[in-house]
Design a binder for this molecule. Sequence first.
Ligand code: IMP
Ligand code: MG
Length: 174
Amino acid sequence: MNNKSKYEVLFTENQISEKVKQLGLQITKDYENKNLLLVCMLKGSILFFSDLIRSIDLNFHIDFMAATSYVGTQSTGVVTIEKDLDLNISNYHILIVEDIIDTGRTLTCIKDLLLNKSPLSVKICTFLDKPSKRTVSLIPDYSGYKIDDLFVIGYGLDYDENYRNLPFIAIYKD
Ligand code: IMP
Ligand code: MG
């Protein structure tokens, strides 16, 4: 089986860039005159993050965090912080930038961790959301597309570290 028969396109490059522009405009409005720190959740958010920051017309700082909860297509439920922020966040309004929210456990844990450091505020921007999979109540402040209970790859999202480089988002069918 070649790679292409393992997936089916869900969002094209054009649909992705239109949505990113809309999110960028909204964030630009909402954070005007605020000391903003955009936090990229590694690794899945790298492509969304790099597009989003170029669609926000403000001065802001960036930082990176890494947490894992997944093995293959299953959430293990245990969130491990593999890289923490470099900056002291006490004077920032934080916007966490995530690729996808599934059970909501990862971001609930990250949000609590950041709130403990007393920043000015903490909000969440996710490109994709699977609300039907939630096991904890977590509602993103900014969300690109809501999707059904599907495992998706591409645009930074992986299946066991593969497919992150696909320029579109696809449903993994294997
Ligand atoms: P949660 O803690 O269950 O919300 O897991 C969120 C994390 O799981 C995301 O940041 C992704 O890294 C990963 N994840 C969840 N669903 C998918 C998917 O469909 N494709 C690829 N990664 C996913
Ligand atoms: Mg992730």
